[in-house]
Design a protein around this ligand. Structure first.
Ligand code: ADP
Ligand code: MG
Length: 698
C-alpha cells in the first residue's frame, strides 16, 4: 500500500531488522503508524531541577543534577546490588540498582555529570532512589521541550539499549518520514465544530509537548477521535446487524396479553414500565431481532415487564423463557409469574440443574411439544439438550452473570434467533452501557412504583450493636422480617463463615422468641431453598446469610437489611443488597455495620449510601471513587477494540460528546455518500479492516 503510515518499521532511520524484530515482539509495533501511536505513559517537566538538601519524604519524582563520587558493589548472593553515592553539592543521596547490574557496571561512571530522575525514599539517614532514570548531563539536556515524554519499555528492550529515550528518538525520526504526508482522519466540519487540533499537530504535541497548554489540547483531539470511531463502529455494526438478522414478527397484541392487562394486573403500571413495554412491542413488530437491555434500579418492577413481554410471544404462537442466575431466583420467578397469572390458561414450568429424572423428562417433553409456554430456569435452559418447539423470546435476568457467549447460545434454539431482553439492576452510566453492550438497545426504568417510602440508611459502628438490636426488635414486633448479611470471599472463607456462624448463634440467643435461619453458598441447594422458602413464608423472621441473596430475591415483608462489615462491600453491591428491602409500602431500614477505624474512602462510601437511594447516582460516585478499577476491566473487555489513549471511565463525558456526534453522522448520512463525511467513512472502513486482520492473527 502506498500509505506512508503502513510502511514497515524496519526501514525507518535508526531501526533496521534486529531492532524491528524487538519492536514487533515487545511493543507490538510493526508500522510507522504503530510507532506514532505508541503513547507516552507519563511526562516530566524537565525545567525543574531539585536540590538534594530540599528533598522531603513523600515527594513524587524529582530531577537532580550532580555526580557519583563512590560505588559499592555487591556482586554475589541473594542481595546483589550496586549502590552509588551521588551529590549535587548540597547533600548526598544513594542510587541503588538491583537489576541490570552488568549494564550499570559498564556504563555508569564516577565524576561525570548526570541528570537523574526518580522517586526519593528515606532509607536510614539518607534519601535513596532505586533504579533512577539516568543520563549524561550535557548540552543535549538543554532541550526545547519543557516536558519529556516517557514510554513503557520491557526488560528485554532495556537489555538491548532501547530505552524510553531511544523510543522517543525513533518517533522523532518517524515524524521526519511522514511530515506533510499524514492524512487527516476527521472531517473538516467535525474539526471546526469541536475546535480540534489537526491530526498531525496533535500527534506531534502528544509526543513533544512544548508547554503545559499544548498537551491537553493534543490529548483531547486524540481521545475524541478514538471515542468517536468507537461509537461510530458500534452504531454501524448495530445497523448492519439489524439489516442482516431477521427476527420473528410479533404482529398482534392478543388474548393473553389483554386478559392479563385488563383483569390480572395487581397494580397500575408505572409510566416507565408502560414506556418500556411500548419500546419492546415496537421492536417485536419490526421483523428484526430484538436485542434490548433493560436497566432498572432494584425494585423498579422489571419482572412485570418480562412477564408481559412473554405474553406477547405466546399471543403470537411462540414460547418464551426467563433465565435467572441462581436457583433461588429462578424458583422465585416461577412463583411470582404463576401468582400473577392466577387462573389464566398459561403453562409455566421450571427447569434448573436440580430437576432430575422423570420430572426432567416430562418438562423437556412438554417443552418440545409446545405444551409449555413459558419456561423459567437457570443456565440449565441453554444446554443443548433443551429443545423448544418454537422459542420466540428469551428474557435474561441480571445480565452481569451471563456473558455474551452464553447469550449467543440462545440463538441456536430456533431457526431464527429469538428476541432477547436482557435485564439488569447493575446501574452503570448510560453512555457506558451503550458502549459496552454494543449492539444492545437500551431501555431504562427510571421510576419506582408509587407509595414506596425511601429506605432509611444508617451507619453504625460495631460498638453500637445494641442500638442495632433494638431497631431490629422494634420491626420484629411490628411483624416485619430482617436480613443480616455477612461478606464471604474465597480467600478468607473460613473466617468469614465463622463470623456468620457466630452471628447466627448470637442472634438465636438475643432473639430467642423468633426463628432465625441461615443461608450461605456452602449449603446444599435443598437446604438453601428450604431456608429461603421458610423466610418467604414468614416461618423464619431473621435470615442470616451471605450474598447469595444479593440478586433479585423478593420478600416484601422484610423491612430491615443489616450489612455486617459493610466496608468490605463495593458501593454497587451495597446498593443491590439494600434493594432487598423497601419493597412494600412500609418504612424500611438498611443498617451498615462497620468497625470504627475507617479510611477516608470507605467513610465516603458509607456516607454516599446514607445520603442517596438512587442507583445511578451511586454508580457515578462509585466510578469516581474507584477510578478506573475493576469496572474498567469488564468494560474494556466488552469493547470492539481496545482504547489506546482514551479511558472508558474517566473520559465518560467526552464519550457522550463522541456518541452524539457519531449518531448525528449515522442518521444524517445513512447512505454514506455526503462528501463532507468522506474522510470519516473511509477511516471507519480502514479501522474495521485492521480489526479483522487483527482477529485473523490472534
Ligand atoms: P426488580 O426490578 O428489582 O426485578 P421486581 O420486579 O422484583 O423488581 O419488583 C419489585 C416489587 O415491586 C414487586 O413486589 C412487584 O410486585 C412490585 N411492583 C412492580 N411494579 C409495580 C407497580 N407498577 N406498582 C406497584 N408495585 C409494583
Ligand atoms: Mg428482579
Amino acid at each position: 500500500m502506498s500509505d506512508i503510515l503502513s510502511q514497515d518499521i524496519q526501514y525507518l532511520k535508526g531501526v533496521g531488522p534486529a531492532r524491528a524484530k524487538l519492536l514487533n515482539s515487545e511493543l507490538d509495533v510493526y508500522t510507522l503508524k504503530d510507532l506514532l501511536y505508541t503513547f507516552p505513559y507519563k511526562y516530566v517537566d524537565r525545567t525543574i531541577i531539585h536540590r538534594i538538601q530540599d528533598l522531603e519524604e513523600d515527594m513524587p519524582q524529582v530531577q537532580l543534577v550532580g555526580q557519583i563520587v563512590d560505588f559499592e558493589r555487591v556482586t554475589k548472593g541473594p542481595h546483589k546490588r550496586i549502590v552509588a553515592t551521588f551529590t549535587d553539592g548540597t547533600g548526598y543521596i544513594e542510587l541503588v540498582w538491583f537489576k541490570a547490574l552488568k549494564y550499570i557496571n559498564e556504563t555508569i561512571k564516577a565524576n561525570v555529570p548526570y541528570l537523574i530522575l526518580g522517586k526519593p525514599t528515606v532509607f536510614g539517614r539518607r534519601f535513596s532512589i532505586a533504579h533512577p532514570e539516568i543520563e549524561k548531563y550535557d548540552e543535549e539536556n538543554t532541550r526545547q521541550n519543557q516536558f519529556q515524554a516517557f514510554y513503557s519499555t520491557t526488560e528485554l528492550l532495556k537489555k538491548r539499549n532501547i530505552s524510553s529515550k531511544v523510543i522517543s528518538h525513533l518517533i522523532s525520526n518517524a515524524f521526519d518520514a511522514v511530515q506533510g504526508k499524514l492524512a487527516e482522519t476527521l472531517s473538516p466540519s467535525i474539526i471546526n465544530e469541536k475546535g480540534l487540533l489537526s491530526l498531525e499537530k496533535a500527534l506531534y504535541d502528544v509526543h513533544y509537548p512544548n508547554s503545559s497548554k499544548s498537551l491537553p489540547l493534543a490529548l483531547h483531539r486524540l481521545k475524541f477521535e478514538e471515542l468517536f470511531y468507537l461509537q461510530l463502529d458500534i452504531l454501524h455494526y448495530a445497523k448492519d446487524r439489524k439489516k442482516e438478522v431477521a427476527g420473528f414478527l410479533f404482529k398482534k397484541v392478543g388474548e393473553q396479553f389483554l386478559t392479563f392487562y385488563n383483569d390480572h394486573l395487581p397494580f397500575e403500571l408505572t409510566e416507565a414500565q408502560k414506556r418500556v413495554i411500548k419500546e419492546i412491542r415496537s421492536d417485536m413488530r419490526k421483523g428484526q431481532q430484538m436485542n434490548r437491555l433493560l436497566q432498572g434500579d432494584v425494585g423498579s418492577g422489571k419482572t412485570m415487564v418480562a412477564l408481559m413481554s412473554c405474553l406477547l410471544a405466546i399471543d403470537n404462537g411462540f414460547q418464551a423463557c426467563i433465565m435467572a442466575p441462581t436457583e433461588i431466583l429462578a424458583e422465585q420467578h416461577l412463583a411470582t409469574v404463576r401468582e400473577l397469572l392466577g387462573n389464566m390458561n398459561v403453562n409455566v414450568e421450571l427447569l434448573t440443574g436440580i430437576v432430575k429424572g422423570k420430572e426432567r423428562k416430562r418438562i423437556l417433553d412438554d417443552l418440545a411439544s409446545g405444551k409449555t409456554q413459558i419456561l423459567v430456569g437457570t443456565h440449565a435452559l441453554i444446554e443443548p439438550k433443551v429443545h423448544f418447539l418454537n422459542l420466540g423470546l428469551a428474557v435474561i435476568d441480571e445480565q452481569h452473570r451471563f456473558g455474551v457467549k452464553q447469550r449467543s447460545k440462545l440463538w441456536e434454539k430456533n431457526i431464527r434467533p429469538p428476541h432477547v431482553l436482557v435485564m439488569t439492576a447493575t446501574p452503570i452510566p448510560r453512555t457506558l452501557a451503550m458502549t459496552v453492550y454494543g449492539d444492545l438497545d437500551v431501555s431504562v426504568i427510571d421510576e419506582l412504583p408509587p407509595g414506596r417510602k425511601p429506605i432509611q440508611t444508617l451507619h453504625y459502628y460495631s460498638s453500637d450493636v445494641d442500638k442495632m438490636y433494638a431497631g431490629i426488635r422494634t420491626e420484629l414486633k411490628r411483624g416485619r422480617q430482617v436480613y443480616i448479611v455477612y461478606p464471604l470471599i474465597e480467600e478468607s472463607e473460613k473466617s468469614d463463615l465463622k463470623n456468620l456462624e457466630d452471628g447466627y448463634m448470637q442472634l438465636t440467643e438475643v432473639f430467642s422468641e423468633y426463628n432465625v435461619g441461615k443461608v450461605h453458598g456452602k449449603m446444599k441447594s435443598q437446604e438453601k431453598e428450604a431456608a429461603m422458602s421458610a423466610f418467604l413464608n414468614n416461618e423464619i423472621q431473621i435470615l442470616v446469610s451471605t450474598t447469595v441473596i444479593e440478586v433479585g430475591v423478593n420478600v416484601p415483608n422484610a423491612s430491615v437489611m443489616v450489612i455486617e462489615e459493610a466496608d468490605r462491600f463495593g458501593l454497587a453491591q451495597l446498593h443491590q443488597l439494600r434493594g432487598r428491602v423497601g419493597r412494600g409500602a412500609e418504612q424500611s431500614y438498611c443498617i451498615l455495620m462497620t468497625h470504627r477505624r475507617l479510611n477516608e474512602n470507605t467513610k465516603r462510601r458509607m456516607d454516599i449510601m446514607v445520603e442517596s437511594n438512587d442507583g445511578f447516582v451511586i454508580a457515578e460516585e462509585d466510578m469516581k471513587l474507584r477510578g478506573p478499577g475493576d469496572l474498567e476491566g469488564t468494560a474494556q473487555s466488552g469493547l470492539p477494540f481496545t482504547l489506546k489513549i482514551a479511558n472508558i471511565i474517566k473520559d465518560n463525558k467526552l464519550m457522550e460528546e463522541a456518541r452524539e456526534c457519531a449518531t448525528r453522522i449515522m442518521t444524517s448520512d445513512p447512505d454514506e455518500n455526503l462528501s463532507d463525511n468522506a474522510i470519516v467513512w473511509k477511516q471507519l472502513k480502514r479501522l474495521k479492516r485492521n480489526k479483522e486482520n487483527f482477529s485473523d492473527i490472534s
